[in-house]
Design a protein around this ligand. Structure first.
Ligand SMILES: [Zn+2]
Length: 222
């Protein structure tokens, strides 16, 4: 178990950037080690005729903007159903990083790949690990239990998102910007302009790691 270490697993190549990169960067700014994995190859999100490895290159480019080399698990986009191979790949990624804090999708997410991954991560997480579930796309569900001010990290999150050029529908980044501004209105921090929302699972065994996380988040905005 690596204290002050946070690891995210997203289903598709841009998911970590969309859902939780602000939180990861906030922890990185507080001196934590951060990393993430991409579960599927993202093929389903490519326009026809696009280079097969385009999304892999975009994922690596996005990681480079914040000094992270994402782990690419290479599972099937649109086909994440929780096979023994899927579960093994997720378990291995977590075992490799041994994080105190794990972040993934909401179990109530709209996307089947996201829901499957959420379950696989929750099942693979050691009891002492705090598991955070990012709220679904543009809200779409209950009010998050924990809103994290990411104002100081937002421009870096935005730059990483922009590396996913194949996904750049005209309203891609502005939509997420509107969402994070909306969440900032709820986060209770004066002057906050961007926020991300999470639900969390913590057990008695993870209390120590939860305290370390809350301590890192309760500091002054950095
Ligand atoms: Zn996704």
């Amino acid at each position: 178990m690596n204290e002050r270490c946070a690891f995210a697993i997203g289903a598709h190549p841009d998911d970590v950037e969309i859902y939780c990169l602000g939180l990861l960067l906030r922890l990185q700014d507080a001196g934590w080690t951060i990393g993430w994995a991409v579960a599927t190859d993202g093929q389903a999100g490519l326009p026809s005729g696009a280079r097969a490895d385009l999304r892999r290159d975009e994922a690596m480019a996005a990681g480079r903007t914040v000094g992270v080399k994402p782990m690419l698990l290479g599972l099937m986009d649109g086909g994440l159903i929780g096979t023994p191979d899927d579960a093994r790949a997720v378990r291995a990624a977590i075992a490799d990083f041994k994080p105190a804090v794990l972040i993934t999708h909401s179990p109530d997410d709209y996307h089947p790949d996201h829901r499957t991954l959420s379950r696989l991560v929750a099942e693979a997480a050691p009891p002492e690990t705090v598991v955070l579930f990012a709220e679904a796309m543009l809200g779409g569900g209950a009010q998050p239990e924990r809103l994290v001010d990411i104002t100081a990290q937002y421009q870096r999150k935005r730059a990483a998102l922009a590396a996913h050029a194949s996904q750049s529908a005209p309203d891609f980044v502005p939509a997420f910007e509107t969402w994070s501004r909306f969440r900032a209105l709820h986060c209770g921090v004066k002057g906050a302009r961007h926020a991300e929302g999470f639900f969390f699972r913590s057990s008695a065994a993870s209390r120590q790691n939860l305290a370390v996380l809350e301590n890192a988040l309760s500091g002054q905005r950095v």
